[in-house]
Design a protein around this ligand. Structure first.
Ligand code: CMC
Length: 427
C-alpha cells in the first residue's frame, strides 16, 4: 500500500492525501483533491514547499550539490559532451547516436539565419536599449514570422519551433550586441560549431577573417551547458505557466526571457560585475561586507534558493575561469583578483557559512564572460541563449502531458470584505 498523509482539523480527520515517490528526491504529498474534498487551499508563496509539476528532465539535490540532466551528472556532461549534444539530450531524454547527433547539428546549423525582415525590427530600438529588452521583443516577434510552426497540438510543428529557437536565438543575441555598438550584423557560418559561430557573429568584422580561439569557444560551450537547464526555476516556471494557456512557443520563450532578466535570477552575473566595479579595490571589501551584514546590499553571486551547499556548476565554472584567464594572460587582472579575495573572505565569514551562502555559477561566469570581451549588458542574454533549450524542453514536456491543465494558482484573500460604493463627493 502506498503512503498517505492524514489532514486533521479540530481533531477531525478531513482527508487522506496520497504520498507520491519520484525516482530521486523527496516524496511529495498529492494535494490535488484537497479543495474538492476539504474545501481548503494551501498557501506557499515562492513555492518553498510546492512541486508545481511532474518532470523527467533535470534533478537537483541542493544539500548534496547534485545536478543531473536526464540522469547524467553535470560534471560528466561539462567534461565529455558539448552543448548541442546536451540540447538533444534535454529535449529527447537520451544521448544521441553518432548519426542522430550529426543530423541534429546539421538541422540546427541550417536554421540559424533569421527572416531578413526581422532585422528591421532592430531599427525600432534606441542604440542604448538594454539587449534583454531587445531579446524579449525580437524573440517574441518570431511568432509573427514563423507562423507555419505554431500549431502546438502538432508534434511536427512543436519540433520545428524547438529547432528554430535553438538555432536562431544565438543569431538574435549577437544581433542585439552588434546593433548596440553600431556594427553590421554577421551572418551565421555553418562550418563553425555552435559556440564558435556565436563568437563569430559577435566579434567578426566583415572586412577580416575571424578565427575563434578554441579555448574561448570551449569555455563558452561549457557556460552554455551549465546554464542549459535548472528544473523549475522562476523563468522555466514562467514558460510553463505561459504555455499552459496554449500560447505559442516563441511567445512563451519571450516570457521566460523577461523573467530571467531580474537580478535575483539571470541578472545576477551582470550584478556581480557591477558589484566588483562598485567595490573597486581590495581595501573596500571590509566595508562592503559590513554593508551586506547590515542588509544595505547583497553579495551578488552568492546564495541560491536550492543549493545550500556548493553550486556544482560553480565548481566547474571556477576551473573554467582559471583556464580562460590563463589563456588570455589575465591572471593578474585587478577585477579577477578582487573577486578571488572577496570569495576567500566570504567563504570564511560565519555570516555567510551559517546561512549556507556559497558562490553560485554566476559569481564566476561573469568574470569569464568579461574576460572573453562580452560586455556586461550581454551577460543575461548569454544565459537566455543557453537556457532556451531548457525552457523549450519543459514546454514540450508539459504540452505532451495528457494531465496538463492551465496553470491557475489560488490565493489567501486578505483584502476588504464586501462594502458599498461611495460617490466621489462623499469620500
Ligand atoms: N547576500 C547576503 N545575504 C544573503 C544573500 C546574499 N547574496 N542571499 C541570501 N542572503 C541571506 C538573507 O538575507 C537571509 O538572511 P536571514 O536569514 O538572516 O534573513 C538568508 O540569507 C536567506 O535568504 P533568502 O532571500 O530567504 O534566500 P532565497 O532562497 O529566497 O534567495 C537568492 C536566493 C538567489 C535570491 C539569494 O541568495 C540572492 O539574492 N542571491 C544574490 C543573487 C544571485 O546571485 N542570484 C543568482 C542565483 S544563481 C542563478 C540562477 O540559478 O538563477
Amino acid at each position: 500500500m502506498s503512503d498517505s498523509v492524514k489532514l486533521v482539523k479540530n481533531n477531525q480527520e478531513l482527508i487522506d492525501l496520497p504520498v507520491l515517490q519520484g525516482t530521486l528526491g523527496p516524496d511529495v504529498i498529492d494535494i490535488r483533491t484537497l479543495n474538492a474534498k476539504a474545501g481548503m487551499f494551501t498557501l506557499d508563496p515562492g513555492f518553498l514547499s510546492t512541486a508545481s509539476c511532474e518532470s523527467k528532465i533535470t534533478f537537483i539535490d541542493g544539500d548534496k550539490g547534485l545536478l543531473y540532466y536526464r540522469g547524467y551528472p553535470i560534471e560528466q556532461l561539462a567534461e565529455h559532451s558539448d552543448y548541442l549534444e546536451v540540447c538533444y539530450l534535454l529535449i529527447n531524454g537520451e544521448l544521441p547516436t553518432k548519426e542522430q547527433k550529426d543530423q541534429f547539428v546539421d538541422i540546427i546549423s541550417h536554421h540559424s539565419m533569421v527572416h531578413e525582415q526581422l532585422t528591421w525590427f532592430f531599427r525600432g530600438f534606441r542604440r542604448d536599449a538594454h539587449p534583454m529588452a531587445m531579446m524579449v521583443g525580437v524573440v517574441g516577434a518570431l511568432s509573427a514570422f514563423y507562423q507555419d510552426s505554431l500549431d502546438i497540438t502538432n508534434p511536427r510543428h512543436r519540433q520545428i519551433a524547438m529547432d528554430r529557437l535553438i538555432a536562431k536565438v544565438p543569431t538574435i543575441a549577437a544581433m542585439c550586441y552588434r546593433y548596440s555598438i553600431g556594427a553590421p550584423f554577421n551572418f551565421p557560418q555553418n562550418k563553425l560549431s555552435y559556440s564558435e559561430n556565436f563568437l563569430h557573429m559577435m566579434f567578426a568584422s566583415p572586412c577580416e577573417e575571424y578565427k575563434p580561439n578554441p579555448v574561448i569557444a570551449k569555455a563558452l560551450d561549457r557556460i552554455f551547458i551549465l546554464h542549459a537547464d535548472h528544473e523549475q526555476n522562476a523563468s522555466t516556471s514562467t514558460v510553463r505557466l505561459a504555455g499552459s494557456s496554449g500560447a505559442n512557443p516563441f511567445a512563451c520563450i519571450s516570457s521566460g526571457i523577461a523573467c530571467l532578466w531580474g537580478p535575483a535570477h539571470g541578472g545576477a552575473n551582470e550584478a556581480v560585475l557591477k558589484m566588483l566595479d562598485e567595490i573597486g579595490d581590495e581595501s573596500n571589501i571590509e566595508a562592503f561586507i559590513e554593508g551586506v551584514k547590515n542588509r544595505t546590499h547583497r553579495l551578488m553571486g552568492f546564495g541560491h534558493r536550492v543549493y545550500k551547499n556548493m553550486d556544482p556548476r560553480a565548481a566547474i565554472m571556477r576551473t573554467t575561469c582559471y583556464e580562460v584567464l590563463s589563456e588570455l594572460g589575465l591572471q593578474d587582472d585587478p577585477k579577477f583578483k578582487l573577486a578571488m579575495k572577496l570569495e576567500e573572505i566570504a567563504l570564511q565569514d560565519p555570516y555567510f557559512t551559517e546561512r549556507k551562502l556559497y558562490p553560485n555559477v554566476d559569481f564566476y561566469s561573469g568574470i569569464v564572460l568579461s574576460a572573453i570581451g562580452i560586455p556586461v549588458s550581454m551577460f543575461t542574454v548569454i544565459f537566455a541563449l543557453a537556457r532556451t533549450v531548457g525552457w523549450i524542453s519543459h514546454w514540450a514536456e508539459m504540452i505532451s502531458d495528457p494531465q496538463q491543465k492551465i496553470g491557475r494558482p489560488r490565493q489567501l484573500y486578505t483584502g476588504s470584505k464586501r462594502r458599498d460604493f461611495v460617490q466621489v463627493d462623499k469620500r
